[in-house]
Design a protein around this ligand. Structure first.
Ligand code: SIN
Length: 514
């Protein structure tokens, strides 16, 4: 199959990929590849909104402080400063681009509240359909300006002289001066998730096999309130619902978060663990939304999710359980989104820019997508494009082994590497993954289903090893054998992993790669 060339290749169509495409499209020839339809992404499902210090009582310094508190001081602070300082201007820019933000009767941005924020600062659109409003606006603006290649699965990144020069897909090769991974997260590794079906950790696996460094992979954020009925996850119930007063109660009517100073708006790891414990004790947990009078107007998307799950909205007691929501770790990047491999960039959830620390603050993820898409675009616009020639190195072995089912992986990850882990559960996971490892680290399948499964196994292994290595509890990573939070000996220590296990940054603890 003939290869196609571009200045910039973007893999993934969430907010980060679309925004980068938008900012580059007038100066560079851009191809955006997605394994599904361009409209499908975790971003398009984002409900709560996007955090920005724009209220009269707010300042980026408060947003900065809240971000550090939620993430347990595990951040790259310069990057957090960049994130929160760019937020107000980027919101204005997105408004000018046409995002239909919700406003008050005075025409100001309507500001929502979410967990661990000290102020109302969540801008939103169409109530709880903010992500869709962003992605629709960007997709519209991109028509005719970039080439969209849909239903195309990335199999491996192509390298020449240690530089990434494109990607091999199930529909041929795409060569480019620069390749941007914007592939999102890995929620599908777990039984219950808020993520789209496509979130199988592909970008982490592609980057790892290409030699890039990954960091902080032990920090998985579990969202406390996934609608959970008939033993099935039916969709996310935004934290913004608790921001409007909803309260978590058990089936005896006891308020789950009563004893915490921040009550139902404590950070997500804390609320998730409280709900997890209630279930372990045989109780059920409900989100009591009876006090929100205009629920269907304020939360039209969630109302539809409830209707689909046959939940009676008049009663407004929603059965909930925690589920995998967001990867705070990922492909380690600098302030321009550059990975440790030349000409490979990463933005959005697949990246680890250090802005989320050990636990992401609510509604900072769409923001990260925008801010780092802008940073990558600035970097790429300073580069001259030159023709990329056909690949000489072909990297990976093509092969086949019998892989386990997705469900069996999800069961085990949920039980052994879930909301609470310990050395013994992590060791069980390591042993279970062992037979597949040498194969999935180096080899590539040719069809989407097997590629996704191999990617999930590889990411599960990297996550498990990182969780095993970090012998403390911090943010989204809770070790029940090390329950005391935030051991000083681990402060600012980053667990990194790469194919050759070579760390290239200060304060790094190498993950034990089996
Ligand atoms: C939510 O609406 O609760 C999710 C928003 C986020 O994860 O930032």
């Amino acid at each position: 199959m003939a290869s196609k060339g571009a200045d910039v290749l973007i893999i993934g169509s969430g907010i980060a990929g679309l925004m980068a495409a938008h900012l580059l499209a007038d100066k560079k020839n851009v191809i955006l590849i997605t394994k599904s339809k361009v409209e499908v992404s975790n971003s398009s499902w984002a409900q709560g909104g996007i955090a920005a210090a724009i209220g009269p009582d707010d300042h980026w310094k408060y947003h900065f402080k809240d971000t550090l508190l939620a993430g347990q001081d595990h951040h790259v602070q310069d990057h957090v400063a960049m994130l929160v300082q760019r937020a107000p201007d980027l919101i204005k820019a997105m408004k000018e681009l046409g995002v239909p933000f919700d406003t008050t009767s005075e025409g100001e941005f309507s500001l929502g509240m979410e967990g661990a924020h000290s102020r109302r600062r969540i801008v939103h659109a169409h109530g709880d359909q903010t992500g869709r409003a962003f992605t629709d606006t960007l997709i519209n603006k991109l028509q005719g300006r970039v080439t969209f290649v849909e239903e195309t699965m990335a199999l491996e990144l192509l390298k020449q002289n240690n530089k990434v020069i494109g990607v091999r897909t199930n529909k041929g090769k795409f060569l480019a001066n620069a390749t941007i991974l914007a592939t999102g997260g890995a929620g599908q590794l777990f039984k219950r998730t808020s993520n789209v079906r496509e979130a199988t950790g592909d970008g982490f696996a592609l980057a790892y096999r290409a030699g890039a460094m990954l960091a902080d992979m032990e920090f998985v954020q579990f969202h406390p309130t996934i609608l959970f009925t008939k033993n099935k996850a039916m969709g996310l119930i935004s934290e913004a619902v608790r921001g409007e007063g909803a309260v978590l109660v058990d089936n005896y009517g006891k308020k789950i978060m009563e004893d915490h100073p921040q009550k139902d708006l404590a950070s997500r790891d804390i609320v998730s663990r409280a709900i997890h414990h209630a279930y372990l004790e045989g109780r059920e947990v409900y989100l009591d939304c009876r006090m929100i009078r205009d629920f269907p107007t304020r939360f039209p998307g969630i109302s539809r999710i409830c209707e689909k799950a046959s939940i009676d909205l008049d009663e407004r007691m929603l059965p909930v359980a925690p589920g995998a929501h967001f990867m705070s770790g990922g492909v380690w990047t600098d302030q321009c989104g550059r990975s440790s491999v030349e000409q490979l960039y990463a933005i959005g959830e697949v990246a680890c820019t250090g802005v989320h620390g050990a636990n992401r603050l609510a509604s900072n993820s769409l923001l990260e997508g925008l801010v780092f898409a802008e940073a990558v675009s600035k970097d790429l616009l300073t580069q001259e494009s030159s023709p990329v020639f056909e690949v000489i190195e072909t990297s990976k072995v093509v092969g086949h082994i019998q892989l386990p089912s997705k469900e069996s992986l999800q069961e085990r990850m949920t039980e052994w590497v879930g909301i609470e882990r310990d050395a013994s559960s992590l060791m069980k996971m390591k042993q279970w993954l062992q037979p597949y490892l040498s194969f999935v680290k180096k080899s590539v399948f040719q069809d989407k289903e097997h590629v996704e499964m191999a990617n999930m196994l590889l990411v599960a292994s990297i996550m498990t090893d990182a969780a095993f290595t970090r012998t403390e509890s911090r943010g989204g990573h809770f070790r029940s054998d090390y329950p005391v939070a935030n051991d000083d000996n681990w402060l600012k220590k980053y667990i990194t992993t790469s194919l050759d296990n070579k760390a290239n940054s200060k304060n790094v603890v190498l993950g034990a790669q089996s």
